[in-house]
Design a protein around this ligand. Structure first.
Ligand SMILES: [Zn+2]
Length: 250
């Protein structure tokens, strides 16, 4: 069954088989946005404007300061056109390590976008949630996606990670880690995202842990966006790994 929708990233009409509208599949022929990426724009628009506008119709508001953590260029470029927005990176300029944000970022942002980043930050993940809180102004919005599971407990793959290298030996990957206590440990066959040897998956959160982290960092008004938004081609094939918005209290 084909569904018609407007891609809210680029504001073009699309029609796609319903089964292609999955979290990661690029389901807009014009800009390549996936459901996850359209969800980010939907959540941000509701947070900032109280209504869900397609990104090209956002008002131009340079007084609104925002940042992204390795945001997808498809919306990063358009956000930079509307707001005082900076896309930031862990490994390249402009740099922002969300686990240790520099002082000039403190209380500087009206919104922060982090889409599928927090499963990769170094442990302990608490510091990343605290960092996200720190960089927001009072009343600022945190728009977050992170893959999480329905398991009863979250999984932290490498809680003692300190000084480490990913090694490739005999056709297999492993992590060699020198722990803080001076002991070496080896983790065989780590999980990567974006292809073998690419970005390490550090953890799989669950919803309870996600809520606990947001609460622990001080966030309020946490809202998980569970409902589909057919007009934007947003459907959720599962009831986890959903987009959410949280707020730093005023
Ligand atoms: Zn599009």
């Amino acid at each position: 069954m084909k569904v018609e929708f407007t891609c809210n990233v680029c504001n073009t009409r699309q029609d796609k088989p319903r089964e292609e509208l999955t979290r990661e599949n690029p389901s807009c022929d014009f800009c390549g946005a996936s459901v996850r990426r359209r969800s980010i724009v939907h959540c941000l628009s509701l947070a900032l404007f109280g209504e869900s506008l397609p990104l090209p119709r956002f008002p131009r508001a340079p007084e609104i300061a925002g940042a992204g953590l390795s945001d997808w260029p498809g919306y990063a470029v358009r956000l930079a056109d509307k707001f005082t927005y900076r896309n930031t990176y862990y490994h390249q300029a402009p740099k922002l390590d969300i686990s240790a944000p520099p002082a000039q970022f403190e209380k500087s942002l009206d919104f922060l976008i982090s889409s599928d980043v927090f499963e990769h930050v170094l442990p302990p993940v608490d510091r990343a949630f605290q960092g996200a809180f720190q960089v927001l102004k009072p009343g600022g919005w945190f728009v977050l996606t992170v893959p999480y599971s329905r398991e009863p407990a979250p999984t932290e793959h490498y809680p003692d990670l300190h000084k480490y290298q990913v090694v490739h030996v005999g056709g297999r990957y492993a992590i060699v880690n020198l722990r803080r206590d001076g002991r070496f440990e080896v983790h065989a066959d780590p999980v990567f995202h974006g292809g073998a040897g690419q970005t390490l998956e550090m953890r799989v959160l669950n919803e309870t842990e996600l809520m606990r982290q947001l609460d622990g960092a001080g966030f309020v008004d946490v809202q998980i966006h569970r409902d589909p938004v057919p007009s934007w081609g947003i459907y959720h094939e599962q009831d986890w790994s959903l987009p959410l918005v949280a707020r730093r209290p005023l």
